[in-house]
Write a protein that binds this ligand. Structure first.
Ligand code: MN
Length: 146
């Protein structure tokens, strides 16, 4: 299965892996307290989940050194981030406000099928390359929003 198609099959797991990779990229490490802030989940719950993800072979959880991703965890995290970026890129074409886009994407990224994601990716690519088509669609969009 291509990387960009993968999820863990669980919304919570996907969110953890996604945020752990963001933290590692930002700070070089992912500590439970930072994961807890990003996901707005208590530190105790975060620690429990990290132990579970460690057992499943998706992260390496070391109490004092932070959490790293295994190869498997990393490929799922990258796929979720790719989904997030593709869906965001598509919705941003339509001037939807950023908070709405973020909320919608956080839901959609877990549930959209592979086939639909690839259709949205193709559509986003095409509309970015063809501003006239985008403008034509947006003229209908504004009418229907009035
Ligand atoms: Mn996301």
């Amino acid at each position: 299965m291509p990387l960009s198609h993968r999820t863990s099959g669980s919304t919570a797991r996907d969110d953890y892996l996604e945020q752990i990779l963001h933290l590692i990229e930002e700070k070089g490490y992912a500590r439970p307290i930072d994961i807890s802030k990003k996901l707005e989940i208590s530190q105790a719950s975060v620690t429990n989940m990290l132990l579970k993800l460690d057992k499943e072979g998706l992260v390496k959880h070391e109490k004092y050194r932070g959490t790293t991703l295994t190869k498997e965890g990393l490929s799922i995290a990258k796929a979720i981030i790719d989904r997030h970026e593709t869906l965001t890129r598509f919705l941003e074409l339509f001037d939807i406000d950023k908070d709405t886009i973020y909320r919608d994407v956080e839901g959609m990224e877990h549930h959209v099928s592979r086939a639909t994601l690839e259709a949205i990716r193709a559509l986003a690519d095409h509309l970015q390359a063809h501003p006239d088509t985008l403008a034509a669609i947006k003229s209908i969009q504004s009418t229907s929003l009035d």
